[in-house]
Design a protein around this ligand. Structure first.
Ligand SMILES: [Zn+2]
Length: 284
């Protein structure tokens, strides 16, 4: 496990993983991390990394690391095949997430194990696997119902970690991707989280996907039970898009560099709120 996660585990806080697909979002995240002296994870999902390009994002991250001296981790979010992970490793990603959650248990174990071998042989210390069914997508959406069979089974989680050798596990404990149009997302099943953590806390850190819209008190509580990484995407997308729409409606400006600063500020504000909520401020 990367040192930032070992520290987070000990200190009972989490590092935010923030998704981006362009430079403005990246600027916002780095400014927030710099302001609050927080380690940060920059994450790209399939569509996002296709848009910005893996080598280009890696080059940008390198520049920001040199400029700021911040611990910035470049992370691959929801890689669904060996080839995808391999390409990210070759491009210089620091951390990878293999999402085999749609596969049956044995196949998920088999494929995740291969990813662990690939990542380890390339010096990647952080390998996230996934178990359990996460509903939703990273946007505003209608209500979805969470069924008890969606949730990660604690014993299976232990078996999964032991058999695959991963050091980070994404779990389903009532979290969803995206934010409900009607307002707040469902509460987390914290008892289930506690059970999972009890069994695997000395073997892996736990990851909460769907950090957007989840009740803040649940997130705070989850930090006591082994959550060391929280993924946030939808709230950043909404802040970006809503602010951009407003700016364009209210002005005749045509220079992008004059249009974008309020958009960047709006995203930065959300990132700062999340960093404080996760407790990773003043940790460097
Ligand atoms: Zn996710």
């Amino acid at each position: 496990m990367l040192e930032i996660f070992q520290k987070a585990k000990k200190g009972k806080y989490a590092i935010g993983a923030f998704n981006i697909s362009n430079l403005e979002q990246l600027k916002a995240i780095i400014s927030a991390a710099k302001n609050l002296k927080s380690p940060v994870i920059v994450s790209t999902s399939q569509g996002e990394r296709k848009f910005i390009g893996k080598k280009k994002i890696k080059a940008l991250i390198d520049v920001y690391r040199r400029e700021t001296n911040l611990p910035i981790i470049l992370h691959l979010d929801h890689g669904k095949s060996f080839e995808v992970i391999q390409k990210a490793v070759e491009a210089g990603y620091d951390s990878v997430h293999f999402d085999g959650s749609e596969l049956d248990f044995e196949e998920n174990v088999k494929q995740t194990k291969k990813i662990v071998e690939l990542a380890e042989s390339n010096g990647i210390k952080n390998i996230e696997g996934e178990l359990g069914y996460l509903r939703g997508k990273s946007s505003l959406q209608e209500k979805v119902e969470i069924k008890s069979e969606d949730l990660t089974d604690p014993r299976k989680a232990l078996e999964f970690v032991e058999k695959t050798g991963i050091n980070m596990l994404a779990i389903a404990i009532g979290n969803i991707h995206g934010v409900f149009k009607s307002g707040q997302n469902p509460s987390l099943f914290l008892d289930r989280l506690a059970e999972i953590n009890e069994l695997i806390s000395d073997k892996a850190g736990l990851v909460l996907h769907g950090g957007s819209g989840t009740p803040e008190k649940d997130i705070r509580k989850s930090l006591e039970f082994g959550i060391v990484k929280v993924n946030v995407n939808t709230e950043l997308r909404i802040a970006y898009t809503e602010t951009l729409k407003k700016v364009l409606q209210e002005s005749q400006e045509v220079a992008p560099y004059k249009i974008m600063p309020p958009v960047i500020k709006a995203v930065q504000k959300v990132v700062e709120e999340k960093i404080r909520l996760f407790g990773s401020d003043n940790k460097i």
